[in-house]
Design a binder for this molecule. Structure first.
Ligand code: BV8
Length: 244
């Protein structure tokens, strides 16, 4: 483990963690841009849009039903659990996740922003009402609200704005945090892709955890290459030993 990283994390006062699809890869969930990310040869970017949903809600819901089936059988992995440990170790802590799989929430983590939403929630396309829908598989495609209107997944699609509460909270923490660990993201989806640079611009220390270099590697103070399910528990173990 990189000694300077542990040293800097030991001194951190406010820790921000950002995760992407890579944190869930070891739980068996396909990443967005990885080789296993395709479904019926569609690219995620082509399906995760309002336009695709309005054009073909059945196909988009079949894609979510497929993902919900995989996620429903998945468990949080040691990487998710290590981030929960970090929350317990730092008084000022926030997790911003781009993932919509809900796996972080299943660790009991409290200080979390699901900035792209959660695919276990639905929103009525007529009333805007938010509900939980846990059926796996879905009983009808597309699922409908009691009012009869089609439901949509309560996620942020490409071309849609991030909910203002999530953006405001994220921007506040970006200004205040002195340390960022960014895990398992290719760093290509905005606005989250711009967050590590914002932390750097504010004098913060940025650690990247990924299996391969990304655009974030160019600005990170340290890049730890390997599986997040291996690296994060090791980081937590070292931090706990330094705090004894
Ligand atoms: C917005 C929910 C205002 C749906 C998702 C500025 C410049 C350019 C473009 C834009 C811009 N501002 C806005 C845009 C447009 C767009 C955008 O960024 N497009 C990109 C493609 C260029 N952004 C938006 O539309 C956002 N809205 O900004 O509103 C606006 C709107 C329009 C125009 C201007 C302004 C909304 C974006 C949200 C999209 N919704 N998900 C759903 O999931 O069903 S995004 C989707 O991508 C997921 O949430 C996913 O988490 C996220 C990011 O992808 P990654 O997590 O990074 O996943 P990926 O597969 O790419 O990478 C996985 C990584 O893990 C890899 O690096 C891999 O090496 C690593 N890895 C793998 N295994 C492991 C591992 N690491 C560690 N351990 C392992 N074991």
């Amino acid at each position: 483990m990189n000694e300077s990283v542990v040293e800097r994390l030991t001194q951190a006062n406010s820790l921000l963690v950002i995760t992407g699809a890579g944190i869930s890869a070891e739980s068996g969930i396909p990443t967005f841009r990885g080789a296993d990310g395709l479904w019926r040869n569609y690219r995620a970017e082509d399906l995760a849009t309002l336009d695709a949903f309005e054009r073909d809600p059945v196909t988009v819901w079949e894609w979510y039903d497929w993902r919900r089936g995989i996620i429903g059988r998945a468990e949080p992995n040691p990487g998710h659990l290590a981030i929960k440990d970090l929350e317990d170790m730092f008084e000022n802590f926030l997790l911003i996740t781009q993932n919509v799989d809900g796996l972080h929430g299943r660790t009991g983590i409290r200080n979390i922003v699901e900035i792209h939403g959660n695919l276990w929630r639905t929103k009525c396309t007529r009333e805007g009402k938010i509900s939980m829908l846990m059926d796996v598989p879905l009983r009808s495609i597309p699922p409908r609200c009691d009012c009869g209107a089609v439901l949509r997944p309560d996620v942020v699609w490409f071309g849609e704005s991030i909910p203002s509460y999530a953006l405001d909270l994220s921007f506040n923490v970006l200004e205040q945090c002195d340390t960022l660990i960014v895990v398992g993201t290719s760093g290509v989806v905005y606005p989250v892709a711009s967050f590590p640079q914002t932390v750097k611009d504010n004098g913060g220390y940025v650690v990247e955890v990924n299996v391969e270099p990304t655009p974030i590697s160019a600005i990170a103070d340290a890049s730890l290459y390997g599986n997040s399910g291996d690296i994060l528990p090791m980081l937590v173990k070292w931090l706990k030993e330094r705090r004894k």
